[in-house]
Design a protein around this ligand. Structure first.
Ligand code: A3D
Length: 320
């Protein structure tokens, strides 16, 4: 059977890391697409040349032409602009909306059967735009944010508790921004929920609140340190986890920015919710019960996403 084809639209910091991870995990042949001439070609060649030492097989192609993504099984979109210190994700709206138009049209023309994972910010609005511009089925167009936000939460918790990251599970829902909703009740160490761990004296409520806030600020913390761009290792790893779930029909339960119509009382919008990813794409939205306090946070996050999408609708992407 032919190897799956993975198209990476955007060959910048995250795109290059995605390509290297896909290579090392032997997920398939990789096409790196970018408008910058030479960048995707150089990165593809560099990664291919790491194959003999690492011991992977695969074809790696860099391109400036959408024709080369033809028939891709997965497209991961990072094309656009990342934020710099002092910028919010929302400041990227206009410029990245225009990019989503050209990317959506490119995918529709050449890889209409792909599972499309959007990473470009502001995430929840850009994945909405990408689905609109590509016209692909909503269950095949999804945004990566919850896996990353949950991974940050899990990392901070594992350090606080002095336990393996493998034993920490966590859920972060809502929009990928300041209003994201880390759910302590649904986050555990080997099945023990965080509120129980506070009662058991493993940590204090104050420390847990500080970790939750650090999770919300996780992207800005890295932007502040790097100064020239935003995080790329963990975002790439998170998207590869989603791509692998699709390619291997793993039925993973992962928080993603998915199209929600009915569940959570929502009537058709992209926002971060628990999903099941398998060969059908987003096969299910897992409609968990929120308590009153969680519902208030989730509603606030939903409103923030709706505001961003409304702002997108006022912009002409051919002029942005
Ligand atoms: P960067 O290294 O600048 O790469 C972006 C690439 O996109 C560059 O190589 C550009 O040449 C290319 N590009 C620009 N316009 C187009 C176009 N029209 N078609 C094709 N390629 C184009 O950025 P990055 O890789 O660090 O980040 C990429 C995006 O991911 C940014 O929008 C970030 O804000 C976003 N991001 C999201 C998360 C999430 O958790 C959702 C995390 C980190 C970064």
């Amino acid at each position: 059977m032919a190897r799956p084809k993975i198209a990476l639209i955007g060959a910048g910091q995250i795109g290059g890391t995605l390509a290297h991870l896909a290579a090392i995990k032997e997920l398939g042949d990789v096409v790196l697409f970018d408008i910058a001439e030479g960048t995707p070609q150089g990165k593809a060649l560099d990664i291919a040349e790491s194959g003999p030492s690492e011991g992977f097989d695969g074809c790696f192609k860099g391109t400036n032409s959408y024709e080369d993504i033809a028939g891709a099984d997965v497209c991961i979109v990072t094309a656009g602009v990342p934020r710099k210190p002092g910028m919010s994700r929302d400041d990227l709206l206009g410029i990245n909306l225009k990019v989503m138009k050209s990317v959506g049209e490119g995918i529709a023309a050449h890889a209409p059967n792909a599972f499309v994972i959007c990473i470009t910010n502001p995430l929840d609005a850009m994945v909405w735009a990408l689905q609109q511009f590509s016209g692909l089925p909503a269950e095949k167009v999804v945004g990566m944010a919850g896996v990353l936000d949950s991974a940050r939460f899990r990392h901070f918790l594992s350090v606080e508790f002095g336990v393996s990251m493998k034993d920490v599970t966590a859920f972060v829902l809502g929009g990928h921004g300041d209003t994201m909703v880390p759910l302590a009740r649904y986050s555990t160490v080997a099945g023990i929920p965080l509120p129980d761990l506070v009662e058991m004296g493993w940590t204090t409520q104050e420390k847990l609140d500080a970790i939750i806030q650090r999770t919300r600020d996780g992207g800005a913390e890295i932007v502040g340190l790097l100064k020239t761009g935003s995080a790329f290792y963990a975002p790439a790893t998170s998207a590869i986890e989603m791509a692998e779930a699709y390619l291997k029909d793993q039925k993973r339960l992962l928080p993603c920015a998915a199209w929600v119509d009915g569940a959570f009382g929502l009537d058709g919008m992209y926002v971060g919710v628990p999903t099941i990813i398998g060969a059908g794409g987003i096969e299910k939205i897992v409609d968990i019960k929120l308590n009153d306090a969680e519902q208030v946070m989730f509603d606030k996050s939903v409103d923030a996403v709706k505001g961003l999408v409304a702002a997108c609708k006022t912009i002409d992407p051919s002029l942005a």
